[in-house]
Design a binder for this molecule. Sequence first.
Ligand code: MV4
Length: 451
Amino acid sequence: MFDKILIANRGEIALRIVYACKELGIKTVAVYSEADRNALHVRFADEAVCIGPPHSSESYLNIPHVISAAEVTSADAIHPGYGFLAENANFAEVCETSGITFIGPSPEVIRLMGEKDRARREMTAAGLPVVPGSDGIVGTEAEVRSAASDIGYPLMIKAAAGGGGKGMRVVGKESELLAQFSTAQNEARLAFGSPDVYIEKYVTRSRHIEFQVLGDKYGQVTHLGERECSVQRRHQKIVEESPSPAVTEEIRKTMGDVVIKAMSAIGYSNAGTVEFLMDEEGKFYFIEMNTRIQVEHPVTEMVTDVDLVKAQIQIAAGERLESIVPPGLRQRGHAIECRIVAEDPETFQPSAGRISVFHIPGGTGVRVDTAVYAEAVIPPYYDSLIAKLITRGKDRPEAIARMTRALEMFVVEGIQTSVSTHRKILADPDFQAGRYDTHFMERFRRTGVPV
Ligand code: MV4
């Protein structure tokens, strides 16, 4: 087992990794930018190294600074969390060549899944159904016309080096194709350094279902059920839940079996999430895979009782899956997560500043993952997540009831937050009935909540 882990991240996930390390008896090194000098992950880690100015490119994204911090503190492993360098194959390689264990999959698998068109091809070969789409990148107008005429409309243009919705464009009809194609290429070049795009049929009225997988270093793979993440706004997840109200035991068995087969085929190790779209007939299609721990991992933890961050560390240290996840594990109960973000609920503009009052709810089945506290200053440099509120109940109604009361008692003053938006979503009759899909937030616009 590792002696000391450097946490290459900040905010709630950095603190979450400190929790797991403390329980495993592993020393921790925090890295922080000048803007995070008073952050909780700095306070509770055993050591802390300032790695640069506030801007991520000079701190949390700066590979030489992060590696140097690991070397001067003699850390034997690095946990990247999510975002920043978590899915950067070059960073994973630099860790390995520096003799530091990267807590995550191999650089090759990170690279494979980061190239979304290659991932589609590999997953097709491994037996996963994928959304009908182009065979690889479409580079010229002739290629995109030809692929579009095979696929039909509406279709989506997606950046091959993108993911999570960034750089995606929906094309409703042929007359829009070429303009949207060049716009998507330019956006992809600017955002990801590569103009490569591919196209897929737009699966309308679908649900976003993702499977949590764990693989060890000996070829063993398992899944820990699914999470539904259809409630998104501009590709930012807002509410996630497990199990999905739309996934029957039969569908779960079918999806779970093909996920395990595909993950075994590529020799996946550590934690990962396989993302699908599921249509109204219950047919599902692979869209992309994330090779990291996800923001919404607590939803799975609450219904399986598996500590996913501990599992990542134990797997990276060479432990076998059977000693981490009890065989025949069953999901129990229902969990929902609300991402509380520092933004104006009317305009959705970020709302940085000092928090004057911060009262988090508690009680049976309520969990809050946060690194924020009263008097904390929310810096403007990073993402606006200030807390994840998760509730668990014996069934979905109880999880909803607990979330509703927890949101009533979540008090944040000094900045604007999305708590009021969450209260409206949880009170929505369609949400309460589990009758929603990826267009839920658009419909929300018509009921007076701007999206
Ligand atoms: C799609 C899709 C429909 N058809 N791809 C992928 C990343 C995620 N953030 C959004 N993704 C989607 N990919 C095809 N071919 C629908 C989504 C989607 C979505 C799209 C627009 C608005 C909200 C959404 C919520 C979940 C999934």
